[in-house]
Design a protein around this ligand. Structure first.
Ligand code: TYM
Length: 323
């Protein structure tokens, strides 16, 4: 088993990132695992250099604060391993324009921006390069990455058929609960770094009082029946899903033990505070030593680089490039 996953330093990481992905990274870090802050991906949007620079360092610290242990796995920053961009080009010459244009996330983001960057279109190819460079067998991600993952599989198969066996075809690992955390104010859309309103999203570093306020104001419904039902009770089902993911219980079972929304919200707040407070404290501590963070990033890139270099060398030779 070889695991790889990544997260963009586009904004502050939120509860969706944690429950959909990071928590499962920690759970699987004793396998042969690599996790990266995918800073090159953030260049597809409008982000100023100082913000990207700070976000990347902060997200690296956040992952450590969440429990990623650099002794157990490889934690690195994507742009510090140059083979990602190199393999990206080879795969861009395997992917087709039509299949990239059809990606749901591209269509949604392109609709919101005029004059979007070419990188927004080709982004899933870079993600495929991230995955395929490490001969990854499993990719722990949230539900929103399924389509991108499918493309990575498709590109691996197409490359292998055209140029000979080179890449492992990876499998996704999407958690049963918490794989799609919805916005607390508009539960028809996912919690997101870029789109959610401040009230709709819970940051990993949110204070206790702010968590309490947001859960209290989270949209539910007026019929006062505690039931897990995504069709008719999205807001409530989202809260039950979050609670289930945090406590490793089934949302249906949790629903059965409450009769009032207020009691459920109070206990969910407590569970969130219990999980997020130690993360916030560790994060603040880690940020106080930037030199140590830089040292750990260099170690991580040093561990990732030889694996990536070897795959790149094989892929480029398979395509006929001189070494
Ligand atoms: P990103 O940075 O948007 O999100 C990081 C991870 O968090 C998950 N996630 C969620 N899970 C549940 N509910 C939500 N509301 C929610 N929002 C985000 C995402 O599914 C993801 O697992 N393209 C990727 C980054 C990437 C990557 C990779 C992932 C680049 N290369 C290689 C895996 C392997 C992205 O933008 O994730």
């Amino acid at each position: 088993m070889r695991i790889l996953s990544g997260i963009q330093p586009t904004g502050t990481p939120h509860l969706g990132n944690y429950l959909g992905a990071i928590r499962n990274w920690v759970a699987n870090q004793n396998e042969d695992s690599l996790y990266c802050v995918v800073d090159l991906h953030s260049l597809t949007g409008d982000i100023d250099p100082a913000t990207l620079n700070a976000n990347t360092r902060h997200l690296f610290a956040a992952l450590l604060a969440c429990g990623i242990d650099h002794d157990k796995c490889t934690l690195f920053i994507q742009s510090q391993v140059p083979w990602h961009s190199q393999l990206n080009w080879l795969l861009e010459c395997v992917a087709s324009y039509g299949e990239l244009k059809r990606m749901t996330q591209f269509k949604e983001k392109a609709d919101r921006q005029s004059g979007y960057r070419v990188g927004l279109l080709t982004y899933p190819v870079l993600m495929a390069a991230d995955i395929l460079l490490y001969q990854t067998t499993h990719v722990p991600v949230g539900d929103d990455q399924r389509q991108h993952l499918e493309l990575a599989r498709e590109l691996a198969e197409r490359f292998n058929n055209r140029y000979g066996q080179t890449f492992v075809v990876p499998e996704g690992m999407v958690p049963q609960f918490g794989g799609r955390v919805m916005d607390l104010q508009e539960p028809i859309r996912k919690m997101s770094k870029s789109v959610s309103s401040p009230q709709g999203s819970i940051d990993l570093f949110e204070s206790e009082s702010s968590i309490a306020k947001k859960i209290k104001r989270a949209v539910t419904d007026t019929d006062n029946e505690v039931k897990y039902d995504w069709e008719s009770k999205r807001g409530l089902s989202n809260l039950l899903d979050i609670f289930g993911a945090l406590t490793n219980r089934s949302p249906v079972e949790i629903a059965a033990s409450y009769t009032r929304y207020g009691d459920l919200k109070a206990d969910l707040t407590e569970a969130l505070v219990e999980t997020l407070t130690p993360i916030r404290l560790r994060y603040e501590d880690l940020l106080s030593d930037p030199a140590e963070l830089a040292r750990l990033a260099t170690i991580g890139a040093g561990k990732a680089e030889p694996i990536a270099a070897e795959t790149y060398r094989r892929a480029s030779a398979a395509m006929g490039l001189l070494s």
